[in-house]
Design a protein around this ligand. Structure first.
Ligand code: PLP
Length: 281
């Protein structure tokens, strides 16, 4: 197994990062995850732009364009040039004596690796989800490596034999620990607005685009926890999650069996068609 670290492709067990790396000390870094399907990355441009935006938001001066050019060699060295895979990219501020403020004149630490990963055509998970308080900070729009709030929320899902935990801030559902969430009521699709309280998922953006193409009315409005039982359908979106139907939230069942809502299914089908398109970003 190989990784790309600071300009070199090396064996993962030979890759070394300083204990004074600010990613390790402060969680001072950002990351991105994308998938490759049928020899092309799915929405690579959007992912690279979001990575650049995350870097800009936390003041790390680094240009992701140069990094993009290193990806083919990483895939070749990983023997993944022809396989579906997942690409992880992480950039931390770099190595410096421990002081909170941004140090001057240091180089970012840049890590990438690819793993073989074949996503199902359509996500067949009928997700059971729980809810908990959104304990995270107020800049959830930054895709940062400091994920303890998300980690704790996801652990809560696992402890409850659930697929995901939905986060609740001031009585309203924001997003999942590692996904965005959508609701359907009266043939309208609802999802939290893309402000600083959520990560604006690339899959979320694709689903909004598909709603436009399918003439499905969308409202970027948060849904209250207390209104969950009044919703007709709910689903999760994410790069690996794709579109996953939600079967149950806490004690509320959307379906007792593995049924899928009409609009959820329609969007899953449209999403699959998008993945099968030859020319794509
Ligand atoms: N929200 C959070 C907190 C996430 O961590 C993720 C993905 O990892 C998402 C939403 C979904 O984003 P995307 O569709 O870009 O994978």
């Amino acid at each position: 197994e190989v990784v790309y670290l600071n300009g070199k492709i090396i064996k993962s067990h030979e890759a070394k990062i300083s204990v004074f790396d600010r990613g390790f000390i402060f969680g001072d870094g950002v990351y991105e995850v994308m998938v490759r399907i049928d020899q092309r990355f799915f929405y690579k441009k959007a992912h690279m732009e979001r990575l650049q935006a995350s870097l800009n938001k936390i003041g790390i001066a680094y240009d992701v364009d140069a990094l993009e050019r290193e990806i083919p060699e990483l895939l070749a060295s990983s023997n993944l040039s022809h396989d579906d895979c997942l690409l992880y990219i992480q950039i931390t501020r770099g190595v410096a004596p421990r002081k909170h403020a941004y140090p001057e004149g240091i180089e970012p630490t840049v890590l990438m690796y690819a793993l073989s990963k074949k996503l199902p055509d359509i996500n067949a998970v009928h997700a059971k989800v729980v809810t908990t308080d959104d304990l995270r900070w107020l800049r959830c729009d930054i895709k940062m490596t400091s994920l303890l709030g998300n980690v704790m929320a996801n652990e809560y899902a696992m402890a409850n034999n659930c697929y995901e935990t939905l986060l609740v801030r001031d009585g309203q559902i924001t997003e999942g620990s590692h996904s965005n969430v959508f609701f359907v009521k009266d043939s309208r699709v609802y999802t939290h607005p893309a402000n600083t309280l959520i990560l604006n998922g690339i899959t979320r953006q694709i689903v909004l685009e598909l709603c436009g193409q399918l003439n499905i009315e969308v409202r970027e409005e948060a849904i209250s926890l207390k209104d969950i039982a009044t919703m007709d359908e709910a689903f999760l979106t994410g790069t690996a999650t794709q579109i996953a139907s939600i079967q149950q939230i806490n004690n509320h069942y959307f379906y007792k069996n593995e049924a899928i809502g009409t609009l959820t299914q329609k969007l899953q089908t449209a999403f699959l068609a998008l993945k099968k398109q030859k020319e794509l970003n």
